[in-house]
Ligand binder design. Structure first.
Ligand code: SAM
Length: 218
């Protein structure tokens, strides 16, 4: 895929319209909307498809995976209530777009991807754009225990269940956001770790993610 990093008036205009659309769809967190307004989503697309980059749609990024729909990115990010310097574990780097949004909010991001091609691409593209998260290649269904605990954990692929091993890596007072369900649809679930072995779980709207594949997953 040939990358081109030019952010001109056409793309900036389309990005503003996307932010307005997300507001209409119910996203209210100003910081999340500002982050969406800042990150050039077209940088994650081949130039041929730049006209698709600011539509509220998921889009193929190769290896059978997708860059998540902007609404989904905004929805999951809003649920995390990111504070500057939060240590965030993201499972499923994919294109790296969500990673940039988290970093715009001031998070220190640990992000893991299982597909080597996607990993190789993001370790080049994100630093080029000025984002330097901690990248990992491997099975994120087991989390990244060597850097735990995390203030927030975000899973960007659909899980069949909530992996215990991930919950263990959450700090007390920390929040995890994970889509849980079958292969066709998942409920967005937020989990607040109240104490060691004590969690508050809330089930929200229905989404459709690519599957979380791994030892503690499909
Ligand atoms: N946040 C991404 C973005 O903005 O592009 C979303 C990417 S996609 C919806 C989900 C990603 O999770 C895919 O890239 C997929 O390869 C990855 N994935 C699935 N199972 C995984 C696992 N066990 N560990 C790490 N990544 C995984």
């Amino acid at each position: 895929m040939a990358y081109k990093f030019i952010d001109n008036y056409r793309e900036r205009g389309a990005r503003k319209q996307l932010v307005e659309l997300l507001k209409k769809r119910g996203i209210t967190d100003k910081n999340v909307l500002t982050a969406i307004g800042k990150v050039p989503r077209h940088y994650f697309f081949d130039e041929t498809f730049w006209n698709q980059a600011y539509k509220d749609i998921a889009f193929p990024i190769g290896d059978g995976q997708t860059i998540s729909q902007p609404y989904t990115v905004a929805y999951q990010t809003e649920l995390l209530h990111i504070k500057p310097a939060d240590k965030v574990l993201e499972i499923g780097t994919g294109s790296g777009y969500q990673t940039c949004i988290l970093m715009e909010l001031g998070a220190e991001v640990y992000t893991i991807e299982r597909q080597p091609n996607l990993y190789s691409r993001t370790i080049q593209v994100l630093p080029y754009m000025g984002y330097q998260p901690h990248f990992f290649l491997g099975d994120g269904s087991k989390g990244v225990p060597e850097h735990a605990p995390y203030d927030k954990i975000l899973v960007t692929a659909g899980a069949p269940f909530i992996p215990d091993i991930m919950l263990k890596q959450l700090r007390i007072g920390g929040v995890m956001v994970i889509p849980v369900g079958n292969e066709k649809e998942q409920k967005m679930v937020t989990i607040l770790k109240v104490a060691e072995q004590e969690y508050e779980r809330i089930e929200l709207d229905t989404f459709r993610f690519v599957p979380l594949v791994g030892d503690q997953a499909w």
